[in-house]
Design a protein around this ligand. Structure first.
Ligand SMILES: *[C@@H]1O[C@H](CO)[C@@H](O)[C@H](O)[C@H]1NC(C)=O
Ligand SMILES: *[C@@H]1O[C@H](CO)[C@@H](O)[C@H](O)[C@H]1NC(C)=O
Ligand SMILES: *[C@@H]1O[C@H](CO)[C@@H](O)[C@H](O)[C@H]1NC(C)=O
Ligand SMILES: *[C@@H]1O[C@H](CO)[C@@H](O)[C@H](O)[C@H]1NC(C)=O
Ligand SMILES: *[C@@H]1O[C@H](CO)[C@@H](O)[C@H](O)[C@H]1NC(C)=O
Length: 700
C-alpha cells in the first residue's frame, strides 16, 4: 500500500493513572500517484480519520468504565463513580459497599470530571486530584488497625468563597450519632434538618436546631464511621432518609473540609475501635449516689422566697403522706433565685447581712437541687454592681476599643435580656464558684444543675466569623466549671465533654406519644450512650417541655415504666395530680423496682464501662451486629448484655412485637419465666398497662 498510516495511541495502561487525553499522531507517507487515486485515497483518509475520531470520543466518553478504583487498602478501597460524582468505599472483592459519598459539583457547577487521575501517582497510599482552581482533594489510606481501615479525606479550596460539601447516602445504611433532635429517632435516617452550624442549640427556643448531646461522629450499620476534624467550622444538614451532608461554609479564609472515614466488619467493631477516639481521657466514674433518689420538680409558681418555703413544706408533706418521701426536690432557676434571696449583695458582696435573718432550716433539712446558669439579667442588682466594680470583663463582650472598657454583649435567656459569663476568664469563673459556695452555705443543697451551656452568644458573624461558627466551644468549658462545683453538679448539654464525670440531663420532651415525646426516650438513651454519655438523667415523667402537669394517666404510666429502667428517675408533676391511687401505687412500685433491680445493675455495668468502655445501655445490634433486623429497633434496649427491656410506646396498646437478638442465646421473661430463643420475633406479646416486658439472658 502506498498509503502508510501509522496510528499511535499513547495511553498509560496503568489503571491507577489513566491519562485523560489520548495522544494521536498521524504519520502519513504519500508517494507520487495520479490525481484520481489521490482524490480517492484522500477521501478514504478523511473517512478513516472520521471513524477514528468517533471511536476515540466513544472510548473516552462512553466506553470508559463508569467506576475507577482510585485507592486500595488491605481489604477495602475507594472507587470514583464518574456519572454520579461519588466516592464509594467497597470491599476489594466488591461484595459489600460500606458508604457512598456524593461530592457534588465541587462548588463549580460546570466542572465535569469524566476522568480522575492520581496526581500522587508515586504513592500507593495516597490519591490526589485538583479541580481547576476550585478545590484540591487528597485521600490517604491510613495504616490498618486490627478491625478497621481508615481513609483520611481532605478538601482544600484553591480560592476563596468555595463551598465544600460532601453528602453521605442513607440508602441501605442506618446511621447513628451526630446530634440529637427535637424529634428523636433511632437510627437518625428519618431526621430532617436544614443546613446549619453543627452546634447544640436550645431546643425550647430553636426546635429546628441540634440538641444535646452532639459529637462530630457518625456511625453507619454497614460498618462505617465518620469522624470530622474538630477545628474546621462545620455545617450539617439532614435530608430525611436520603443523605446527610457535611459542609464548610464559604469563607475568605479558604477553610478545608477534613474528615476520616473508617470501615470495618460491622458497626459494633468499628465503633469499638473508632468511637474511642471521641474521648481519650481516663475514664472516671461520676458519683453514683444520684441513682438512688428520684427528682421531684417543685410544681409551683410563686414570687417570693417566703411563699416558696411554704410551698416546699406543703409539697414535702404530701410526698411523705403518699409514702414517696425519699427524694430530691428540684428547684428551677427562678425558685433558686428566690430562695437565694435576690438581695445578692448581702449574700456575696461586701455589705453584710441585713436580710440574712430568715431561717432556712427546713430547706436545709430537705434534699434539694438548685438550678443555675451562666446568664445574669441586665436588670439585676448583681449586674449593676458588676458594672460599678469594673468587672464587666466577666461577661462575654464585644472587643473593646483600644484602651476602652469592654461592652458586655446582650443575649436572651428565658425571656430576659441577659449577659453571659465569660468562662475563659479565670476571675469570672472564681466569682461564679464563690456564688455557688455562698448558696451552698445558705441552702445546703444536694445537687446543682447547671443549665445554659448551649447556644452561641457570639452569633455575630460580622465580628467573629470563625468563632461564631465554632460556637460549641462553651460547652466543654462549662462542663469544666461544673466539675469544679463538685461531683454533685449536673449539666444539660454535652460536646467533647463525655469524659467529665458528671451526670447529664437530657433534652426536654413533649407530653405526648410522638417521637418528640415518649417515643423519643429510647432513641435518646441509645444516642447518649453511643456518643459516650453513659450517665444521664432522662427527661421527667410526662415530659417537661410544656411545663404543664401530665393529664393522661396512661401516658404517665407508660413513661414511668420506661424511666424506671434508666439511671435516674425524675418527675415533672407528682402522680397524685395525674390520676387516682392506682397511679400513686404504681409510682411507688416502679420506684422500688428501680432501687432494687436497676440501681445495682447500672452500678455493675458502670464498672464494666470503666474497664472496657462498653456502654451501659446498648442498642440491639450490640448483640446482633450482622443482623439487619436489629439496626432499626428503636423501642427496645439492653442493659449490659444481660437485660432486654421492651416497653410499650403506643397509646392504648397492651400487646407489642418484640425482637429477641442473638441466635443461639436464650431469653427468659422476667415476670413469667418463659424462655425464648434469640433471633426470633415474639408477635403480639401481651404487655398489660401496668407491665413492661423484660427479658434476662439465660446462660445455658
Ligand atoms: C505516601 O504518603 C504518606 C502520607 O502522606 C506518607 O506518609 C508516605 O511517606 C508516602 N510514601 C511515599 C513512598 O512517598
Ligand atoms: C440498596 O440495596 C438494594 C438491594 O440490595 C440495591 O438494589 C440498591 O442499589 C442499593 N442502593 C444503594 C444506593 O446502594
Ligand atoms: C421529614 O420530612 C419528610 C418530608 O419532608 C417527612 O415525611 C418526614 O416525616 C419528616 N421526618 C421527621 C422526623 O420529621
Ligand atoms: C436525703 O438524702 C439522704 C441520702 O443522701 C437520705 O438518707 C435521706 O433520707 C434524704 N432525706 C430526705 C428528707 O429525703
Ligand atoms: C473572655 O475572657 C478572656 C480572658 O480574660 C478574653 O481574652 C476574651 O477576649 C474574653 N472573651 C470575650 C468574648 O469577651
Amino acid at each position: 500500500m502506498p498509503l502508510e498510516v501509522r496510528r499511535k495511541l499513547k495511553f498509560d495502561a496503568n489503571m491507577w493513572n489513566p491519562s485523560p487525553i489520548p495522544e494521536v499522531t498521524w504519520d502519513t507517507g504519500l508517494k507520487e500517484m495520479n490525481e484520481t487515486w489521490k482524490g480517492a485515497i484522500a477521501c478514504l483518509g478523511v473517512a478513516v480519520f472520521f471513524v477514528m475520531t468517533i471511536g476515540i470520543i466513544y472510548w473516552q466518553v462512553v466506553d470508559q468504565p463508569n467506576k475507577n478504583w482510585i485507592l486500595k487498602g488491605t481489604f477495602s478501597g475507594v472507587i470514583w463513580e464518574r456519572r454520579s460524582h461519588a466516592l464509594l468505599i467497597h470491599t476489594l472483592s466488591e461484595d459489600k459497599s460500606f458508604v457512598e459519598i456524593d461530592v457534588g459539583d465541587l462548588g463549580a457547577p460546570d466542572v465535569d470530571a469524566p476522568f480522575v487521575r492520581n496526581l500522587c501517582w508515586s504513592n500507593r497510599t495516597e490519591f490526589c486530584y485538583t479541580w481547576d482552581a476550585v478545590a484540591e482533594l487528597k485521600i490517604s489510606v491510613e495504616e490498618a488497625a486490627e478491625e478497621s481501615e481508615c481513609y483520611r479525606v481532605s478538601w482544600t479550596p484553591l480560592r476563596c468563597q468555595v463551598e465544600l460539601q460532601d453528602c453521605f447516602s442513607m440508602a441501605n445504611v442506618s446511621w447513628y450519632g451526630g446530634a440529637a433532635f427535637r424529634t428523636q429517632t433511632w437510627p437518625i435516617n428519618a431526621a430532617n434538618a436544614t443546613m446549619q452550624p453543627f452546634a447544640v442549640s436550645n431546643l425550647r427556643e430553636q426546635p429546628a436546631g441540634y440538641g444535646s448531646v452532639l459529637e462530630r461522629y457518625f456511625l453507619g450499620s454497614s460498618g462505617v464511621a465518620v469522624l470530622v476534624d474538630p477545628e474546621v467550622p462545620l455545617h450539617v444538614g439532614f435530608d430525611s432518609r436520603r443523605q446527610f451532608c457535611l459542609r464548610t461554609p464559604p469563607s475568605a479564609e479558604q477553610l478545608p473540609l477534613q474528615y476520616t472515614v473508617c470501615v470495618g466488619h460491622n458497626a459494633k467493631s468499628v465503633h469499638q475501635e473508632v468511637g474511642r477516639q471521641l474521648s481519650t481521657h481516663k475514664r472516671v466514674l461520676p458519683n453514683l449516689d444520684i441513682l438512688r433518689l428520684p427528682f421531684w420538680k417543685l410544681p409551683v409558681n410563686v414570687d417570693s422566697g417566703a411563699k416558696l418555703e411554704r410551698e416546699l413544706r406543703t409539697f414535702w408533706n404530701r410526698l411523705k403522706r403518699h409514702h414517696l418521701g425519699e427524694g430530691i426536690i428540684a428547684l428551677n432557676e427562678h425558685s433558686t433565685s428566690l430562695l437565694a434571696d435576690t438581695d445578692h449583695e448581702s449574700l456575696y458582696g461586701k455589705k453584710k447581712a441585713k436580710r440574712q435573718t430568715r431561717d432556712l432550716s427546713l430547706v436545709k433539712l430537705l434534699n434539694i437541687s438548685v438550678t443555675l446558669s451562666p446568664f445574669l439579667s441586665v436588670s439585676s442588682r448583681l449586674f449593676h454592681a458588676s458594672l460599678q466594680e469594673g468587672t464587666e470583663a466577666y461577661w462575654l463582650s464585644l472587643p473593646a476599643a483600644p484602651r476602652g472598657r469592654p461592652i458586655p454583649q446582650l443575649t436572651q435567656w428565658k425571656g430576659k435580656l441577659c449577659v453571659k459569663l465569660n468562662i475563659s476568664n479565670p476571675a469570672a469563673v472564681s466569682w461564679f464558684l464563690d456564688r455557688v459556695g455562698g448558696l451552698h452555705a445558705r441552702l445546703a443543697m444536694e445537687y446543682v444543675i447547671l443549665e445554659g451551656g448551649e447556644g452561641s452568644p457570639l452569633a455575630e458573624p460580622a465580628l467573629h466569623p470563625r468563632k461564631a461558627l465554632l460556637s460549641d466551644g462553651y460547652i466543654p468549658l462549662w462542663a469544666g466549671v461544673a466539675a469544679s462545683v463538685g461531683d454533685t453538679a449536673i449539666v444539660t448539654s454535652g460536646t467533647r465533654s463525655s469524659h467529665v464525670p458528671l451526670f447529664i440531663r437530657m433534652n426536654p420532651l413533649q407530653d405526648d406519644w410522638s417521637y418528640s415525646g415518649l417515643k423519643g426516650i429510647i432513641p435518646s438513651v441509645l444516642h447518649h450512650s453511643l456518643l459516650g454519655y453513659n450517665f444521664f438523667i432522662p427527661d421527667a415523667v410526662g415530659g417537661s417541655l410544656s411545663g404543664e402537669s401530665v393529664a393522661d394517666p396512661e401516658l404517665f404510666i407508660r413513661w414511668l415504666e420506661i424511666v424506671s429502667f434508666l439511671p435516674v428517675m425524675a418527675f415533672q408533676s407528682p402522680p397524685w395530680l395525674c390520676g387516682d391511687d392506682k397511679v400513686v401505687d404504681l409510682t411507688r412500685a416502679y420506684l422500688s423496682l428501680h432501687r432494687e433491680f436497676i440501681v445495682p445493675l447500672v452500678a455493675k455495668y458502670a464498672e464494666e464501662w470503666r474497664a472496657t468502655r462498653s456502654p451501659i445501655y446498648r442498642p440491639l445490634w450490640w448483640i446482633g451486629p450482622e443482623d439487619p433486623i436489629t439496626f432499626t429497633v428503636e423501642d427496645e434496649f439492653l442493659i449490659g448484655e444481660e437485660v432486654l427491656v421492651a416497653p410499650v410506646t403506643e397509646k392504648g396498646a397492651v400487646h407489642r412485637d418484640i425482637y429477641l437478638p442473638g441466635s443461639g442465646l436464650k431469653w427468659q421473661d422476667r415476670s413469667n419465666g418463659q424462655v425464648f430463643d434469640g433471633g426470633t420475633f415474639l408477635e403480639n406479646y401481651a404487655v398489660g398497662v401496668e407491665d413492661v416486658a423484660v427479658f434476662v439472658q439465660r446462660r445455658s
